[in-house]
Design a protein around this ligand. Sequence first.
Ligand code: NAP
Length: 278
Amino acid sequence: MSDVKIPLAGVIGSPVAHSKSPALHGAWLKRYGIAGHYVPLDIAQGDLAEALQLLPKMGFVGVNVTIPHKETVLALADIVTDRASLIGAANTLIFRKDGKIHADNTDGYGFIENLRVGAPGWKPPAGPAAVIGAGGAARAVLASLLDVGVKEVRIANRTRARAEALQTEFGNRVKVYDWVHAGNMMEGAATVVNTTSLGMVGKPDFRVPLDGLEADAVVTDLVYAPLRTAFLQKAEEMGCVTVDGLGMLLHQAVPGFERWFGQRPEVDDELRQLVLNA
Ligand code: NAP
């Protein structure tokens, strides 16, 4: 009998049945012939602290974190990366051999990598970025845009106070626009991002006017169901380079997989198809 431990990883959240992460990580484990498993773990809020103590003892090397635990896990981790504390949420935990829990947020990395791969000509400092929405995902988008050298990030949110809170936190490179002026803030923007859930299957339509949008802008949508959102379709008709949101989901998973299983995985078309069909 062998005492070689089979590494386990997973996604903790509640609910988690809808998560595409098991299909994504499962495909990589198969592709690289790694004897490991990645499982969905439905963990209620009240059980989170206990679960984080038990999982490493059960052979887990780490987990992804989704709603409703992304913020709560920060207080339970021993080490929090700068980007996770700046964003105020973690999506990747590493259970270290010394027993410490390391929390990171790779959403911003996934967002930027998706733009770099999907729009190779994209130059972050080329002009202001216009960000629609100010929810959890917008925080990662904002932090990463500022980090890669965007000089001004304009932000408009239905609830203006949430956008103002981001400005207070991230500083005066962030400019807040009224929700009714979301179209105008796109004027001269080199990067335009929808971080709201508008346009997603089952959610209200994306009706933000694109009056200010210019043809040389790179446009992306975090919504990936449907893959070609109405926002991206309109932007494409206006001559913009567009990048769908699925790549962000795939790229954000790369650093976790590499840390847990010791192999940097590739994001390619085969993987996109597999996750889309999952
Ligand atoms: P969230 O924290 O709940 O924020 C939702 C955002 O959408 C807020 O800005 C909210 O505005 C806005 N919104 C919702 N309904 C609206 C409406 N009827 N009219 C105007 N604005 C509305 O959610 P989140 O975690 O940031 O996620 C946002 C979207 O990004 C979701 O569709 C999610 O699936 C997607 N996402 C994708 C990826 C990826 O890898 N591609 C990663 C993360 C998230 P208020 O503040 O006014 O409510």
